[in-house]
Design a protein around this ligand. Structure first.
Ligand code: TXA
Ligand code: MG
Length: 523
């Protein structure tokens, strides 16, 4: 099929209107994204939309109208809240869902008994609807699964040869699709956030819910309130990961990642290949630029893209909703004090793994070093240790480490007791020392429940016989002393159950490549 590229002239719009009236497919600009339009009341024409997009047929379409009153024949009743929203906002980047009338064919509503209706702000869009003489069903004019088109070129890239015509109306002003709100439920519920925000809607009709899937994605057993929620969306070819961090930490992070691309805000000091999507403080600019940036990253050949996290309120909710889907819900949370926690049994070789991480630019915080500091001469924890383990573990205000170790590591109970006394003070010092990308090196990380302070926890493990030899040599212990220490610790299963990843350091396994694989998977 030869796809005509049309302008917004009167003649071209009349031509496009005639194509729609005859059952054709025409892509047209709206203020949100380009739509792929057909006569909403013509079953065959609507079916051809699904074919051109490769869209699943249970995903219903939005019906676009040119005048407010054109909604009346499409629905069973314009309820009072619907009327209030229409009066307050239409024409707008807002779609309302109501019970449908018999005039709307099942293909248009994806078999549902409701219909989604929107009156676009864009003059060309409304002129086309008038010229066609019918309501126009139109999804976004992209291939199903790809980012929505915000420029005529995006539509040409996806739809050339598959549809009758494309009206080039320039760049879309809003850049993310309309807010979709259903009024067919007890409490009005936002199914898709857009430029008409929750706050704006509530100012007109009172409390509005946000469907859980908007921010969190769907649980496996959840039934979609909006069929569009369950499909893969906005995904470029590149693997996108959202990074939750302030500007400085985001910069440190992306600049340290080999081969990465960044999707950042204007003004971010990024040294890897990157594109900006708007300004941090301006959610409208982010909305306008996001989809174009996602498409351009593919053109740049990006394989892994680290996107900076937008705010989740106002229009930011719409931006976040699209990006988290583009990222298939993968988020790196750098807002925790520690990027990584490294733990494991004594003698397994945490120190070696932490040294490798330090070489890669991480700050390493060594909890053991702080455990010395909190037990230094005159420390307020010494009397507590004496009460628990005997006066002679700290004579004259000086800790006898060896004596304390013998008693405290003799059994699980006494180890737990030692931990209860020392951990709170050590944890406070470690948190204070965290700076930028930080690794917490802590043998008692899990016992101290510090995994919630870390984005991911790595356990370093080795067979008992190997650990035994290592700690006998390192700490000049007899076999019996070393065994007592090892037996007071948790089993391997404890570590594998409670950590995100495991490194085996048995003396033969290649630790650097295990670590590299883990970092590639989690960061
Ligand atoms: O801004 C927009 O809304 C653009 C422009 C072209 O107007 N259109 C658009 O359409 O984004 P589309 O088809 O890509 O997205 C429509 C969304 C889908 O997630 C669909 O599942 C949902 O609205 N939807 C449509 N009718 C529905 C209904 N009756 N009940 C629940 N969800 C519905
Ligand atoms: Mg779409």
């Amino acid at each position: 099929m030869n796809t005509k590229i049309l302008t917004t002239s009167k003649e071209d719009i009349a031509l496009a209107g005639a194509l729609v009236a005859r059952g054709g497919l025409v892509a047209f600009p709206t203020e949100t994204v380009y739509g792929l339009g057909a006569n909403a009341l013509d079953e065959a024409a609507v079916k051809s939309i699904y074919t051109a997009k490769g869209r699943p047929s249970d995903n219903p379409l939005i019906v676009h109208i040119a005048e407010k009153e054109d909604i009346v024949p499409l629905v069973q009743a314009v309820t009072p809240p619907a009327q209030a929203l229409i009066d307050a906002f239409f024409p707008a980047p807002l779609t309302v869902i109501l019970k449908k009338s018999d005039r709307v064919p099942a293909v248009t509503s994806g078999g549902l008994d409701t219909v989604a209706v929107r009156m676009p702000q864009n003059e060309t869009a409304r002129a086309l609807i008038r010229a066609s003489g019918c309501p126009i069903a139109a999804p976004s004019a992209n291939t199903s699964g790809l980012p929505s088109p915000t420029r005529a070129q995006h539509v040409i890239d996806d739809m050339s040869g598959k549809i009758d015509a494309i009206i080039d109306g320039g760049d879309c002003a809003v850049g993310v699709e309309s807010t979709v709100i259903t009024l067919a439920t007890d409490v009005p519920t936002i199914l898709r956030p857009g430029a008409v925000t929750k706050e704006m809607l509530e100012a007109v009709i009172g409390p509005v819910k946000v469907a859980p899937a908007v921010l969190e994605g769907m649980k496996n057993d959840e039934v979609a309130a909006s069929p569009g929620m369950k499909y893969k969306h906005y995904a470029p070819k590149a693997r996108v990961v959202l990074v939750d961090a302030d500007q400085a930490l985001y910069e440190q992070f992306v600049n340290s990642r080999d081969g990465a691309f960044a999707l950042c805000f204007e003004g971010d000091q990024v040294t890897v290949p990157h594109l900006c999507y708007g300004r941090e403080s301006d959610d409208l600019s982010q909305a306008r630029e996001l989809f174009d940036a996602l498409r351009r990253l593919d053109e740049m050949g990006a394989e892994k893209v680290y996107a900076r996290m937008p705010r989740k309120d106002g229009v930011g909710m719409a931006v976040y909703n699209r990006l988290i889907r583009a990222a298939a819900f993968t988020v790196i949370d750098l807002r925790k004090p520690f990027t990584l926690g490294v733990t494991g049994q004594t003698g397994a070789g945490k120190g070696y793994v932490c040294a490798l991480l330090a070489e890669k630019g991480f700050t390493v915080v060594d909890a053991d070093a702080y455990s010395h500091q909190v037990t230094a001469e005159g420390s307020p924890v010494l009397p507590a240790l004496q009460a628990a383990f005997g006066e002679d573990v700290a004579e004259n205000g000086v800790l006898d480490r060896k004596r304390l170790a013998e008693r405290a590591f003799a059994s699980r109970e006494s180890t737990d007791c030692l931990n209860r006394i020392l951990h709170p003070a050590i944890i406070a010092l470690c948190r204070d020392a965290a700076k930028g990308l930080t690794v917490l090196d802590a043998p008692q990380l899990l016992e101290a429940k510090m995994e919630t302070d870390c984005y991911k926890v790595i356990s370093v493990l080795a067979p008992e016989a190997v650990r035994l030899q290592r700690i006998m040599a390192r700490d000049s212990l007899t076999e019996q002393q070393a065994l007592t220490r090892i037996r007071a610790q948790h089993s391997e299963k404890y570590y594998t159950d409670k950590s995100d990843c495991v490194i085996i350091n048995d003396g033969t396994a290649d630790v650097p490549s295990q670590l590299a694989r883990i970092l590639d998977a989690i960061l």
